[in-house]
Design a binder for this molecule. Structure first.
Ligand code: C2O
Ligand code: CU
Ligand code: CU
Length: 418
């Protein structure tokens, strides 16, 4: 049901079977279906009511990644929903247009449940997104792409156990929105791709096969100020980017491929030509620069590998508050990826309940496409990233590495906001 001021959804976690490959179907999990889930469209200022329901045989939770909500409905490990239980989630949308997502976050089972298929999308819309002259015809010139990698065993089943890696489980088969070798049929116009790295651990560097320039228009938490011209964009797990691909110079019968290195992510098949060409707006958003003068600095050091991963030497403990911050106070989070003798990896650092700004990467200004709102940021080996973080809601919020096996293995802490 829908009105301007209110909207109601039901999100049910359930088991099912999905036909990815020829022959036998794969046992999967999904929301309101057998794999992945619906797109929840909400508007800024709207009251949202979501009835969450767990039809699985184990506990799960419903975490709204990127949404600014109080921690009691944030769906972290403190709020599991048991088998055959429901939980009501009510909130008012208090943020600008963005592509967010949702996924389970119960204690130590996030990686396995996401791998099995639990993930869905949230599109926040607002007056700006309504007015901006951008492709916004869902499935016509506006496509969400949840990009994941999976391994199948000889019986066509997901081989999570057989390929499990405590430093992040990788798959050898690319799935986009649950489809192998996907393509879409489009006109030769501007096409908007809402890229979501929904993988447990794999990083993607997206680019066009012919090396052509595309424009990034949004990062995790909203539109960038201006479109940023790029030949590639890297997303670590949990990160999103909206890009615009200009197909106006192509004709019927042409195919443009979105790639990750040598691997095809999506084929855009031009099946119709149009004269109605849209021009990309020069200005997309006004992003106020956060004031950090005199702000306190908190340090977060990411270290260890495998089952030893930790933040500031500690592994996740539900009963321990790791840091405190006042409501609406801006604190500089200085996140350092310590290289150690065991090795080093890029850690995607994610904070719940907030959209933050990136102040610097190793002292330097962040790249243009990281100068918008973010909730997940790649921290490369040896690097120190400074973030401006202001929580708009009270409660206890998680922060963690979004390599889901690292999260489950304890590379997570909690901040109490009062
Ligand atoms: Cu998308 Cu705490 O996670
Ligand atoms: Cu999150
Ligand atoms: Cu990590």
């Amino acid at each position: 049901s829908e009105s301007d001021s209110e909207i109601t959804y039901t999100v049910t976690a359930q088991a099912g079977e999905t036909a990815f490959l020829e022959g036998k179907t794969t046992q999967t999990l999904g929301y309101n279906g057998s794999y992945l889930g619906p797109v929840l469209v909400v508007n800024e200022g709207q009251e949202v009511h979501i009835k969450t329901e767990n039809q699985l045989s184990e506990a799960t939770s419903f975490h709204w990644h990127g949404l600014k909500v109080p921690s009691d409905i944030d769906g972290g490990p403190h709020h599991p929903v048991g088998p055959n239980e429901t939980m009501q989630v009510d909130f008012t949308v208090n943020q600008e247009a963005a592509t967010l997502w949702f996924h389970p976050h119960a204690l130590r089972t996030t990686a396995e449940q996401v791998y099995a298929g639990l993930a869905g999308l949230i599109f926040v819309e607002d007056d700006n997104s309504d007015q901006l002259n951008l492709p916004k015809d869902y499935g016509v010139n506006d496509f969400p792409l949840i990009v994941q990698d999976r391994s199948f065993d000889a019986d066509n089943q997901f081989d999570y156990a057989g390929t499990y890696d405590p430093d992040g489980t990788y798959g050898d088969t690319l799935l986009v929105n649950g489809t192998i070798n996907p393509y879409v049929e489009v006109k030769n116009e501007l096409v908007r791709l809402r890229l979501v790295n929904g993988s447990n651990a794999r990083n993607y560097t997206f680019g066009l096969e012919n090396g052509a320039v595309f424009h990034q228009i949004a990062s995790d938490g909203g539109f960038l100020e201006q479109p940023v011209a790029l030949k590639s964009v890297t997303l670590t797990p949990g990160e999103r980017a909206e890009i615009i691909v200009d197909l106006s110079s192509y004709g019927k019968g042409d195919t443009v491929k979105l790639m990750d290195g040598d691997a095809t992510v999506l084929a855009l098949n031009v099946t119709e030509e149009t004269d109605a060409q849209m021009a990309l707006p020069e200005t997309l958003n006004a992003i106020p620069e956060m004031t950090t003068q005199g702000a306190a600095v908190q340090q977060f050091t990411l270290s260890g590998m495998s089952f030893m991963v930790n933040i500031n030497g500690n592994q996740f403990d539900m009963d321990r508050i790791d840091t405190e911050q006042s409501l609406n106070e801006t604190v500089i989070w200085e996140v350092h990826n310590a290289q150690d003798m065991m090795g080093s990896m890029v850690h995607p650092f994610h904070i719940h309940g907030v959209q933050f700004q990136v102040l610097s990467r190793d002292g330097a200004e962040p790249p243009q496409n990281e100068q918008g709102w973010k909730d997940t940021i790649a921290v490369y080996p040896g690097e120190t990233v400074r973030l401006a973080v202001t929580f708009p809601e009270k409660g206890v919020f998680m922060y963690h590495c979004h390599i889901l096996e690292h999260e489950d293995n304890g590379m997570m802490g909690q901040v109490s906001v009062q």
